[in-house]
Design a binder for this molecule. Structure first.
Ligand SMILES: [Zn+2]
Length: 58
């Protein structure tokens, strides 16, 4: 199974895409990107839920 997230679905205008076989590792990548590129250093439950709801898996 591959998990994918388009950051632009959460942060309109962002073109970053993430892909990983492990959902937790994908979230780790997204969290690092959010901190580096969006200045989001605190992942609230609301943010985690918004991101989680947009993760696609195939
Ligand atoms: Zn982004």
């Amino acid at each position: 199974m591959t998990f994918r997230l388009a950051c632009g679905d959460v942060m309109p205008g962002c073109t970053a895409h993430f892909e990983h076989a492990d959902r937790d590792q994908l979230m780790t990548q997204v969290v690092a990107h959010a901190a580096a590129d969006h200045g989001i250093t605190t992942i609230t439950p609301e943010i985690a839920e918004a991101v989680g709801a947009r993760i696609q898996h195939t």
